[in-house]
Design a protein around this ligand. Structure first.
Ligand code: ADP
Ligand code: MG
Length: 341
């Protein structure tokens, strides 16, 4: 047992049927109150030039749920994640408007740095992965247990932190890498992984801090269908073992398949909320998607399980290219440094 292993939370619906029953009683309206919110957001806005990228009045995320945040491209989903996790700062309220407030597990996260947000138990992954290519898979994991900023720290800066705890942390990293089928690759450069494997590594890395909530920004994007299935399993397993999940996803099949609740954003605002089976029928949602993307797939059944072989073959080609690039890079480093160590 590692020293930061999650304890049983008496307040968490480990039983998913129980959770869904509770959510079944929630109003399907934007900003609706939840019986047991882990995250509550009020009056958060962020403008870029004249455009309100985010303008959210109120949102509650139910503890123990897998909540999907969906919406057309440019709806403000990533910006919203950035604000909540301290990677961006909301606008100052204008006129008599209310001040932005958001609380995670009852604790205000206003003016909290990304690093500190992660320490409170709310971690996120990025739409574009931030796995550090020139570090090994294991080093990425070790970095993940201490800092979540996605910024490059030199080894010398972080290594002293590990003295004493390193053994326990490595064991935890190995356990997670094993779970995500990356253990064999622990000594490989992250840059040599396929796009899908990098997504898995990023998720595994985020889990190093045993978060109470994980926010995933398009976790399935670029992941081949074979890995997609296992990623879905991982996400559900996380929920079942005590981590609330808030995720952004475009693929409505995924959304329907794994989420307990869906929140819909368009042009910065929440336009709908509801159970996955209902929300896509909502006129505001249909309008939001039609207004932006005539070709957006709202969930016919053609996508899942098709073209595995093609996707895998394509990934293999990418992987071979990446391996060559890493080998060339390693070679250039060896030339520069000579053989001494
Ligand atoms: N750093 C930025 N500077 C200027 N505009 C931005 C910036 N980040 C996002 N935007 C704009 O904010 C809006 C919301 O973007 P984003 O949050 O990325 O949407 P989504 O993740 O839903 O696709 C878009 O119009 C986008 O162009
Ligand atoms: Mg985005």
């Amino acid at each position: 047992m590692t020293d930061n292993q999650k304890l049983i939370d008496p307040d968490y619906d480990y039983d998913r049927a129980e959770l869904r029953k509770k959510l079944g009683a929630v109003d399907e309206l934007p900003g609706s109150a939840k019986p047991n919110p882990i995250l509550t957001v009020d009056s958060i806005t962020r403008r870029f030039g004249g455009i309100a990228a985010v303008d959210v009045d109120h949102l509650e995320v139910q503890k123990g749920s897998i909540t999907a945040l969906i919406g057309p491209n440019g709806a403000g989903k990533t910006t919203f994640f950035n604000l909540l996790t301290g990677f961006d700062i909301p606008d100052k309220p204008q006129g008599g408007a209310a001040k932005p407030r958001w609380e995670f597990q009852g604790r205000s996260l206003v003016s909290t740095s990304a690093y500190k947000v992660a320490r409170t138990g709310m971690v996120r992954t990025f739409q574009l992965t931030k796995a550090l290519s020139a570090m090994t898979v294991m080093d990425n994991m070790l970095l993940g247990s201490q800092q979540q900023t996605g910024e490059l720290l030199s080894r010398s800066a972080i290594w002293p932190i590990w003295r004493g705890k390193e053994k326990v942390i490595r064991a935890q990293a190995e356990e997670l890498l094993d779970r995500f089928k990356l253990l064999e690759k622990k000594d490989d450069y992250a840059g040599s992984l396929s796009g899908g494997q990098r997504k898995l590594l990023e998720m595994a890395r985020a889990l190093m801090s045993n978060p109470a909530m994980i926010m995933l920004d398009e976790p399935m994007a670029g992941v081949n269908p074979a890995l997609t299935q296992s990623l879905l399993g991982h996400i559900q397993n996380l929920r079942d073992t005590g981590t609330t999940v808030l995720f952004v996803e475009h693929d409505m099949h995924m959304v329907r398949f794994i989420s307990d609740w869906v929140v819909v954003m368009a042009e910065g605002k929440l336009v709908a909320e509801g159970r996955p089976g209902n929300v896509m029928q909502n006129q505001a949602v249909i309008d939001a998607y039609l207004g932006s993307h005539h070709d957006q797939d709202l969930g016919d059944d053609a996508v899942l399980n098709e073209d595995f072989d093609t996707a895998i073959a394509e990934e293999d080609v990418e992987l071979a290219k990446a391996e060559e690039a890493v080998e060339a890079y390693a070679e250039s480093v060896r030339e520069k440094e000579g053989d001494g160590d």
